[in-house]
Each structure stands twice: as structure tokens, then as C-alpha cells.
Design a protein around this ligand. Structure first.
Ligand SMILES: *Cc1c(COP(=O)(O)O)cnc(C)c1O
Length: 485
């Protein structure tokens, strides 16, 4: 196209101001504001200019584009004002999926966040004295009930008469990585921390115990070997610089074969004998008894405290099922040292977290475990899941399947989130295959759904696990599956 022709096309383009004066654009401005609309107009005009310059538009196609200009502006506006963080359907069966936001919050947690964060609150204000208060009281009082000997029996798996730890307090930081950092820095700065070589874990997202240790200004003293560490190895490594014994939960891997690890009781006895604190990074840290959902051998917070561990660290959004947070529970004198550390100020959490955590903990106090979505999902039986799967499959099959094929098969859901590495729950899966589309294509189509559906692709099939799908999402999911046909 000649330069003269192009220049004639450029002449046809309206100015931003002309477009802003059009009645349907005025309506957009009323809804979304002048500056966002003007920006969208500039973006649409710029792309038309680019297309003219690149000879992609002739007079006819430009006229066509100009006829739909306000529609294009509206689409551009919608695109630019769209949220990036979106709710989605987790059909992977991984309950605590780190990439999908780990634990969904309880309805009461959301209500409490809305009520307290949309207004002023007594976050750090003592309503009795009218003086400044401490933000930790809002959740520490509930942890007292859940973890202390003198608190109420909260049904955390402790048989009556069992030893319950006394004098436990809890503080909250941003996540468990921060909890470990704060605890190590408060208890062992300038000294040595003894850890088994078999527990020098990397959790992912570059949380590596040796790195956190060096950032905390404590020196890592590795003992034992990758597969075998005995309590004598810890004992031999203790010297006058030793400040802490550390046990790290192997939350995302398992060592099998010729292995040895001292029991918690042995470590507690050694720590007492040598007058050193023992800390355990539990990672997940269940506040309920996992045996109730058929998972054995995963220590809960209370198991560790009851065994005599002085300090435990764990996440708020893993097995606890609450907001992202790092919890430090333990001997009141040690936890007080952490609360007085200036690092604590840098790692503390905001009112949203306290509100969500307080409501989540209240559900535990009331033993209302089904109020917490992650716990409810863990407690779902295979039969319940199978019933929902059958309903979805038959509703999709009503639509006369031509190219899509649905089957049901047995499978396993995973707890995930660095919680209980070998813990799986029996489930019933919907397997999808398609005459023309590969499993990757099907997954991509499901991701493009609104809301996006995330599923597992395995052996040429797409697998849908309803354990992590909220029942109120089932109908929506069925529509998304039918659209693949
Ligand atoms: C998950 C995990 C962490 C990190 O916790 P975040 O809350 O993600 O920071 C640390 N240690 C262990 C053992 C874990 O499982």
C-alpha cells in the first residue's frame, strides 16, 4: 500500500476525545471511570494504527473495524480491569496444593475477616483497660485451650488421662519458613544447632534448612548419615557452643531401607539431660488426629508437645486448614524470647490473618471439623465421592457423547502441601479421553473454562478427582466437561 493511501486511512481514525464524547462510551465512563476508559481507547487506536502501518488493513476492513470501535473499547476495558488472581475448580485431588493456594478458608473465617477488616477492630487494643493490647492474645487464648493441660479437652485425639503439656504459648508469623528463622535466631544466634543429615530438607520454593540456618546466624552441626542417625550422634556433637537440638519433619519425602532415626522420646531425654531445648519443625502440624482419616505415623502438634518437645513450628495453611501463617507453639519462656526479638516485628502478620486464624481455631474448639474445608475433604469417603462422580458422568452422558469418553476408576487423592508425604486417601476418579484431543489439549481446554478447571493428566487421560471439588461446583464442572464433547 502506498504511503498516500496509508495516510488516508490514518485520517479516518477518530481522536481519543471524539470517542470519549460518544454516548455509549459516556456510559462506560460512568461505570469504570474516565482514566481507565481513555486508556482503553488509546490502546485500541494504537493497535489500529499499528495494523495500518503494517498494511494489515485496507479501506474496507478499516471501516468495518471503525464500526465496532466502541465494542472493541469495551472489550479492552474489561480485559484491562480483570482480576489476575482468580477462583478456580481444583479437580486434582491434591487437598493442600501449594500452587493452588493450599487450604481454602472456612466460611466462618471469611465472615470474620469481612467483619473485622472492613471496620476498625481491637487488634492491639484492650477493651477492658482502654489501653494498648497485644495482637497475639486473639489466637493464643484458643491455642491455650487446644494445646494446654489446663485447657478444655478439645478432642484432639488425646485419650483421657494422657499427659498434656503445661505452660504452652503460641505466636504467629508470616509462614512456617519465617517461624523456623525466628526460632533459630532467637534460640541459637551465634551458637550451634544439631540436626541429622537425614533431615536437611528442601521444601520447595527454596526453603532449605541449611540456608535458613545461616540466615538465622546459627551454625548448623550435621550429625549421622543420610539414612542413619542415632541419639549417640547428637550426644557426641554437643559442646559448649550448642544451643539447640533440631528435628525436621521429612514432610515431602521418605527414606526407606536401611534406616535409623532416634525416637522423639530419646531426643527429649537427651535434651533434658543436657539442659538444651529441643525444637521440631513439623511443617504441616495437624491439630486433629490424622488416624481419624486412616493416616498413621504422622505426628500432630499435640503428639510432639506431649512427648516433651520444647518448641514446634508449623504452617497455618497446611493440615491446620487456615490462612497462610507460621505458628510457633512451645514453652512459654522460649516463645517469649521469640516475641521479644526485633525480627518478630518484621515477620508479624496482619489483622486479616488473625481474623481467619481465630475463626479456624474456634472451629477446632467446637470440634466442628467439617467447617474447615481441607478437613472436610480429608474426611470424605470414597462412596460419597463415587456418588457425586456418577451423577456428573450421567448428566454429561445425557448430551449424547460423540467424541468425549468418560469412565470411572479407582484412584488415590493426596494430602499434599508438604504434609504427610505418603498419605493417600482412596477415591473414585472420572477419566476423560477424546477422539480428537490429547490429554494435554483437554487439560488446556479445561483451564480455559470460566472458572478454570485444573485436573491431572496421566497416561493419556485427564483425571478428575471430586475430593477437592466443592459440591456446589459439581454442576458447573459437569457443564465444563460437556463442552469438551
Ligand atoms: C511446608 C514446610 C515448611 C515451610 O512452610 P511455609 O508455611 O510454606 O513457609 C517448612 N518446613 C517443613 C518441614 C515444611 O513441611
Amino acid at each position: 500500500m502506498s504511503a498516500a493511501n496509508k495516510s488516508a486511512l490514518f485520517q479516518k481514525l477518530p481522536s481519543t476525545d471524539e470517542l470519549l464524547r460518544q454516548p455509549d462510551v459516556q456510559a462506560l465512563i460512568e461505570r469504570e471511570g474516565h482514566s481507565a476508559v481513555a486508556e482503553s481507547i488509546r490502546a485500541v487506536l494504537a493497535s489500529l494504527r499499528q495494523e495500518i502501518a503494517g498494511s494489515q488493513l485496507d479501506e474496507t476492513s478499516l471501516d468495518l473495524a471503525l464500526g465496532g470501535l466502541t465494542g472493541a473499547v469495551e472489550r479492552q476495558l474489561r480485559e484491562s480491569l480483570r482480576y489476575s488472581l482468580l477462583p478456580l475448580v481444583n479437580a486434582t485431588g491434591v487437598i493442600l496444593h501449594t500452587n493452588l493456594g493450599r487450604a481454602p478458608l472456612a466460611a466462618s473465617a471469611l465472615d470474620h475477616v469481612r467483619a473485622t477488616a472492613g471496620a476498625y477492630s481491637n487488634l492491639e487494643f484492650d477493651l477492658e483497660t482502654g489501653e494498648r493490647g497485644k495482637r497475639d492474645v486473639h489466637v493464643d487464648r484458643l491455642f491455650q485451650k487446644l494445646l494446654n493441660a489446663d485447657g478444655v479437652e478439645a478432642g484432639l485425639g488425646a485419650a483421657s488421662g494422657e499427659r498434656r503439656p503445661a505452660g504452652i504459648s503460641t505466636i504467629v508469623v508470616n509462614n512456617n519458613a519465617a517461624a523456623v528463622l525466628l526460632a533459630l535466631n532467637s534460640l541459637a544466634e551465634g551458637g550451634e544447632v544439631i540436626v541429622s543429615r537425614g533431615e536437611l530438607v528442601e521444601i520447595g520454593g527454596s526453603f532449605r534448612i541449611p540456608d535458613v540456618m545461616s540466615k538465622s546466624n546459627a551454625t548448623l552441626r550435621e550429625v549421622g548419615t543420610t539414612n542413619r542417625t542415632r541419639v549417640a550422634d547428637y550426644e557426641h556433637a554437643i559442646n559448649e557452643r550448642t544451643r539447640l537440638l533440631l528435628r525436621v519433619h521429612r514432610s515431602n519425602f521418605k527414606i526407606t531401607g536401611f534406616t535409623e532415626q532416634p525416637s522423639l522420646d530419646e531426643l527429649v531425654a537427651l535434651a533434658r539431660r543436657r539442659n538444651l531445648p529441643l525444637m521440631e519443625d513439623l511443617g504441616s502440624g495437624a491439630l486433629f488426629d490424622l488416624r481419624a482419616v486412616g493416616i498413621a505415623g504422622e505426628p500432630g502438634v499435640l503428639d510432639s508437645l506431649r512427648a516433651g518437645v520444647d518448641v514446634v513450628t508449623y504452617s497455618g495453611d497446611k493440615l491446620l486448614g487456615g490462612p497462610q501463617a507460621g505458628l510457633i507453639s512451645g514453652r512459654a519462656d522460649l516463645v517469649a524470647r521469640m516475641g521479644g526479638n526485633s525480627l518478630f516485628r518484621a515477620l508479624r502478620v496482619d489483622k486479616l490473618t488473625y481474623a481467619a486464624l481465630e475463626a479456624t481455631l474456634l472451629a477446632y474448639v467446637k470440634r466442628d471439623h467439617d467447617a474447615i474445608p481441607a478437613l472436610r475433604m480429608m474426611r470424605l469417603s470414597k462412596d460419597e465421592i463415587a456418588r457425586r462422580a456418577e451423577k456428573i458422568v450421567s448428566s454429561v452422558a445425557c448430551a449424547q457423547l460423540k467424541r468425549l469418553k468418560l469412565e470411572m476408576l479407582d484412584g488415590e487423592s493426596v494430602i499434599g502441601g508438604g504434609a504427610a508425604p505418603s498419605a493417600v486417601l482412596p477415591t473414585r476418579l472420572i477419566a476423560l479421553t477424546h477422539v480428537d484431543l490429547s490429554a494435554d489439549d483437554l487439560s488446556a481446554r479445561l483451564r480455559a473454562n470460566s472458572p478454570p478447571v485444573i485436573a491431572r493428566a496421566e497416561e493419556g487421560r485427564v483425571l478428575i478427582d471430586l475430593r477437592t471439588v466443592f459440591p456446589e461446583q459439581d454442576a458447573n464442572l459437569a457443564t465444563a466437561l460437556a463442552s469438551l464433547n
